[in-house]
Design a protein around this ligand. Sequence first.
Ligand code: UDX
Length: 429
Amino acid sequence: MQLSIIGTGYVGLVTGTCFAEVGHQVICVDNDANKVKMLQAGGIPIYEPGLEDLVQKNVAAGRLKFTSSTAEGVQNSDVVFIAVPTPPQVDGSVDLSYIERVARDIAAALTSYKIIVDKSTVPVKTGEKVAETIKRYCTSKVEFDVVSNPEFLREGFAVGDLMKPDRVVVGVASPRPAAAMREVYAPFNAPIIVTDINSAELIKHAANSFLALKISYINAIANVCEAAGANVQEVANGIGLDERIGRRFLNAGIGFGGSCFPKDLSAFIKIAEQIGYDFKLLKEVQRINADQMERFVKKITDTLWVLKDKKIGVLGLAFKQNTDDVRSSPAIDLCLRLAKDGAALRVYDPKAMEKARPLLPNATFVADMNAVAEGCDALVIATEWDEFKQIDLARAKKIMTAPIFFDGRNLFDPAEMEKLGWIYKSVGR
Ligand code: UDX
């Protein structure tokens, strides 16, 4: 099929590339001409495992093109996907101005029947607004259908999540676009849930809120474990083997971050409020998440007493492993919090150093993970990168002023660490 994707951020670029990989003809549109040039030259503006090779392969095969002209994308495709940002506003609601702008651009470019699919995360009822807008601004008065098709991509695993989805959700108002969407997704061999547009939009917010709730739940359990002298990982294993609960997303730590969970939670709470429901449960999920960071900082200050003039090594800056994304990163929040109390920071991340640099202007960025500990009063793990488990602990201990270790992601075994002579504090154990 001929497809176009408006917006080449994480979602748009991964979606467009994977659609090309399964054989569709894809045009990706972005209004940033520099980005388009970079992509045309085989570069990619983000770090996402496996993506760069796939982009180059599909560009070479002639299935993937980039342009800054929305009209070119729209007029050369049967299905147009909208994948533009929906950033949060100060009151927690979502800024839909990019979506509205693109809806008008699409309307102006329509010359024949198209299916317009919203992939961006939007509040329920946005599909209705997009349809209204296109109808109002489309001078050619051709027919079109609007579809909601939320994405469920995790950064760092986005290619895999798209190529092998657990499910594909398609919200439609009539059978014609449903048939076309089945054709788009046929090569992925995934269960397809066809529903109404409002339900599809709601599924996205309900899914992300539930996952955030799961994390806050295990963090709350971690706090009870600390008070009771129990081990949250054992509890997570014990409850996670119950298939109704599941072990995934039960890792306690310094809380969730990223460009999705915090924003989607606030947006969902706001929409619920606007339509008359006070979603207190989700407000508590937010509160526990914020509190989790404060509790961790307290562990550090309880041990180090005064942070002023202390040197602290921080491993991890990205909001989670396998990404260079530092948006709403708990690791960055932690660094800022420690720096505010006067600590001097030595920091390292396998992928996120460049993106973190402007956010932490006073920190020392260290290129080698094993050199971070040099002269430090304590080491802190802030992101769950697997490779931190390989850190040379013997060397770290030698080059630090004291062997103090705060593990915000529970990567190490407490008993082992104590045996090796570390003063070791983690979360819920
Ligand atoms: C999330 C959803 O998982 C994805 O389906 C959706 O489409 C977009 O939002 P993402 O933001 O990429 O994806 O990251 P995710 O892997 O969900 O992690 C989010 C945050 O939760 C990270 O900060 C991570 O460190 C934290 N987390 C995750 C925990 O603290 N504990 C866990 O057990 C799992």
